[in-house]
Every structure is written in structure tokens, then in C-alpha cells.
Write a protein that binds this ligand. Structure first.
Ligand SMILES: Cc1cc2nc3c(=O)[nH]c(=O)nc-3n(C[C@H](O)[C@H](O)[C@H](O)COP(=O)(O)O)c2cc1C
Length: 455
């Protein structure tokens, strides 16, 4: 069979455009109303998307007066969506910096059980400086320390998910045996950051482990992704940088001893779609007119770790010296590089830069007919830039519908996208292997024998 595209719907506010919440065609429902998320997940499932995704930050943004977010805690939302859908994968963000592995392993294993094998975790180390103030106030954790903790965190959660063999539960009313104690083992982890006895207090989840998603882009972030991630989100403003990222991550995954096809690269794509190019452009202008450059300026400052940009005039072409060097930024370093590359290449004014970032915060933004969007997707997919896309509709739900009814049928006609779900679980949609149950692990087998022999 022809290689298949993967599509994830990134749900964000009333759309990814910064001013989407004000636009008359975005949803009238409150962003705290679960019916909004249920409706979007069901629409995405009807269109056969692989998965939906919710991002998260652990502090209120400074721009709340003019910028709503996806407010509800994402793992809680996944549980609700799990009971309102049957096939679509469900991805929530959670931070390795500001939680404990035991909590997180339980939460995602629970959602995997509730959804019958559709849970995924977007692993973040939390770049937002303000988050630290909500967790002990010891100051922002450095980029390097966040990833060091993240690595040990991953070891612990993986061992916790593996602490029950797949066949540990007998649930045998006749013999009175619920679980085989010898198929459940502690993990006894003692590391630099964590001390966790285990085992997890819940049977192995349907996917063995939830699917692991990540979006690191710095050198450290890419290595982390290559070691742990099964799907990778990434932001690019040009196909060439997406190709470079794609090749680099597949190479790093191979270096880690992994099959490159078991790490899916999903760049962000935010298309404004209409029947004609002119109508798509008109829609872009209409929503752009609703933006406030001062909101963009605050967001840009957050991206650069709180750098003060208040003195920069809106209409003078920018130069790289207007920005701090990315190496000094402890926040989302790679996105600052994306922005600086754009400044070097196009010399936009601050107003123009903010206009571009308003579309989807540094992801690829475009406007056009379904045919043009399908061509772009096919081009990136067949030229080593993507295994699929993180679809970021500028307006929700209208632009999701435009994508589903206009672009997806074209991709299906070209043989690039499924015409029905062939599996039930997210690992099947993504074409990923099942993690081996530890009862197959030779070390554990030896241990089991010893236990049986009464050693
Ligand atoms: C599509 C996408 C979604 C992301 N979602 C989140 C998120 O929800 N929370 C968060 O703290 N960071 C999020 N990030 C940021 C990444 O986790 C990562 O920190 C960032 O890309 C910078 O890479 P680095 O950590 O290697 O410097 C996201 C990034 C991308 C591309």
C-alpha cells in the first residue's frame, strides 16, 4: 500500500489565529464548555483524523485581557472526550518539570483504559518562565536542567507502565484469584531526581504504554525526541527547514537504535481555505483586522523569556540586533530561531512580523483553495518534510470543516489518506509497534522462575 499521511487536529482557543475568538464565524460556545471540545473531536473523528491534541501552559498568560486560551486542564478533557468518541486518538500535554512521574503515569494509563487504547502524552518540559512561580517559586528551571529531569522522568514512567505484565489480571471468580502477584513487580527507582518504589496501582493499559509525542526543537530537545517520541510536532515557516528537521530527527532516531518510521514528524499547518484564492485572502484580511499589535508584542516578549520590546517602533524594518541571541533564551529556544531566521531573510517591520505570528505563532500559515492546500500537503509529504501534519485551523470550527470537506477528499482520491479507520487504537492509526510486555523480558522471566522456585 502507498505510504499514508497522518493528520492531527490541534485544538486551540476558537482557532489558531490570535483574533479568532472575535470573528463571527468562530464557535459561540464558551471556552470552558465541554460541548465545544466534544463537538470538535466528533467532527475530527467523522473526517477520519488520526488524533486531536490539546496544548497546555502552567501559568496565566500576561495577555488575558485580549487573548482567551483553551482553559480546561487537558488530561481531564481527554477523559470526557474518551467517552464521547470511539476511534480518534487523544493527545494531552503534561509537563515533566512540574509534576511527579507516579501522578502522570496513573493519569495517562487511566485515559488509555477509559478510551480503550487511544491516549497519547505530549511531553513538555515547560518553557514558560512564569510557570515556576506556581510551583514553589524557586525561579525558572534552566533549559538543560529541564531536559535532564525529563530523561529520568521518562525512565520512571516507562518502568511504571511496564510494572504490570499484560496477563497479570486473571479476575477469576471460581479460583478466587484476581491478579497474579508475581506478574506485578516494583520498580525501586532511586535516581538523582526521583525515588519511586512502584509498581503502578493499575493494570497495564490497552496500548501497553500511551503513545509518546514531543515537540522539542533545540539540539537537546531533538535528542530527547529521538530517544522517546513516537510522534513529533514541529513549527516551520519554510519547507527547507522542515526537510532539515525531518532528516536530522530520523538520523538521530536511527542513532538511538530506533526504526526511523516509528517516529512520525508532523509539522504545523494553518491553512485558511475558501472556494477561490481571492476569498481565502479576504478571510485572512478580515481576521487580521481584528488583531491588536500590543497583544502580539506581549506574546513576543514571552517567547524571548520576558525581553522588553516596548521601545521598538511598529513600522521600521527589524534587524537581528533588535533581539537577544537565542543561546541566552531559556524559554522555547527553537521558536526564537525560527523568528530570527524570518527577520534575517525578510526584514519585516514589527507590525508585519506580529501579523505573521498572529496567524499561528510561527507555524506555516497559508491561504488558498482546497486544491492548493492538498498540493502543498502532498509536496511536503513526498519530499522528505513530513509524515503528516498538525492541522491548526485559523478559525474553529468553520476552517476545520473547510479542511475536512475540501482537502481530505482530495487526499483520499490521491490515495494518500484513509477512507475508513482500520484499527481501534492510536498505535494502529499511527502504524506504531506495541511496546513488549515485560513478561517477555528475559530478565523478568528469570526473576519469575526464581520466584516460582521459591528462591
Ligand atoms: C505544536 C507544538 C505544540 C507545543 N505545545 C506545547 C505546550 O502545550 N506546552 C509547552 O509548554 N510547550 C509546548 N510546545 C513547546 C515544545 O515543547 C518545546 O519546548 C519547544 O518546541 C522548544 O523546543 P526546545 O524545548 O527543544 O527548546 C509546543 C511546540 C510545538 C511545536
Amino acid at each position: 500500500m502507498q505510504r499514508q499521511l497522518h493528520l492531527n487536529l490541534f485544538i486551540h482557543g476558537r482557532g489558531h489565529h490570535e483574533a479568532s475568538w472575535r470573528h463571527p464565524s468562530s464557535s459561540p460556545l464558551a471556552l470552558t464548555d465541554i460541548r465545544y471540545y466534544v463537538d470538535l473531536a466528533q467532527r475530527a473523528e467523522a473526517a477520519l483524523f488520526d488524533s486531536i491534541f490539546l496544548a497546555d501552559q502552567l501559568a496565566l498568560g500576561g495577555d488575558v485581557a485580549q487573548a482567551p486560551r483553551t482553559w480546561l486542564e487537558p488530561i481531564t478533557v481527554l477523559a470526557a472526550l474518551a467517552t464521547a468518541t470511539t476511534r480518534i486518538g487523544l493527545i494531552a500535554t503534561a509537563s515533566t518539570t512540574y509534576t511527579e512521574p507516579f501522578n502522570l503515569a496513573r493519569q495517562f494509563a487511566s485515559v488509555d483504559h477509559i478510551s480503550n487504547g487511544r491516549a497519547a502524552w505530549n511531553i513538555v518540559t515547560s518553557w514558560l518562565a512564569a510557570a515556576a512561580d506556581n510551583y514553589g517559586g524557586a525561579g525558572a528551571v534552566s533549559h538543560a536542567d529541564r531536559y535532564t529531569r525529563g530523561d529520568e522522568f521518562m525512565r520512571v514512567v516507562t518502568e511504571l507502565w511496564d510494572s504490570w505484565a499484560a496477563d497479570a489480571v486473571l479476575d477469576d471468580r471460581g479460583s478466587g484469584i484476581y491478579a497474579r502477584r508475581e506478574r506485578i513487580r516494583p520498580i525501586n527507582h532511586r535516581g538523582e531526581q526521583f525515588t519511586v518504589a512502584g509498581p503502578l496501582n493499575m493494570p497495564r493499559c490497552p496500548q501497553g504504554r500511551p503513545v509518546l509525542v514531543q515537540a522539542g526543537s533545540s539540539d537537546t530537545g531533538r535528542r530527547f525526541a529521538a530517544r522517546h517520541a513516537e510522534a513529533v510536532f514541529t513549527a516551520h515557516m519554510a519547507k527547507e527547514t522542515a526537510q532539515e528537521f525531518y532528516a536530522d530527527l530520523k538520523r538521530l532516531a536511527a542513532e538511538e537504535g530506533r526504526a526511523p518510521e516509528h517516529i512520525l514528524i508532523l509539522p504545523g499547518l494553518s491553512p485558511m481555505i475558501a472556494g477561490t484564492e481571492a476569498e481565502a485572502e479576504r478571510l485572512v484580511r478580515e481576521v487580521n483586522e481584528l488583531t491588536d499589535p500590543e497583544v502580539g508584542r506581549k506574546r513576543l516578549s514571552g517567547r524571548f523569556g520576558g525581553q522588553d520590546f516596548s521601545h521598538l517602533p511598529l513600522d521600521r524594518p527589524l534587524v537581528p540586533e533588535d533581539f537577544p541571541s537565542p543561546e541566552t533564551v531559556q524559554a522555547a529556544r527553537s521558536r526564537t530561531e525560527v523568528i530570527l531566521n524570518l527577520v534575517r531573510r525578510d526584514r519585516p517591520t514589527l507590525r508585519q512580523l506580529l501579523g505573521y505570528l498572529a496567524g499561528a505563532r510561527g507555524h506555516y500559515v497559508t491561504a488558498g483553495t482546497p486544491e492548493r492546500i492538498a498540493d502543498l500537503i502532498e509536496d511536503w509529504f513526498t519530499s522528505g518534510a513530513a509524515d503528516g501534519f498538525n492541522i491548526m485551523p485559523p478559525l474553529l470550527p468553520t476552517q476545520l470543516d473547510a479542511f475536512s470537506s475540501g482537502v481530505i477528499p482530495l487526499l483520499q482520491r490521491r490515495g494518500l489518506f484513509r477512507t475508513e479507520y482500520t484499527g481501534e487504537m492510536l498505535r494502529q492509526h499511527y502504524g506504531l509497534p506495541w511496546p513488549p510486555s515485560v513478561s517477555d523480558d528475559p530478565e523478568w522471566k528469570a526473576e519469575l522462575k526464581e520466584t516460582a522456585a521459591g528462591v
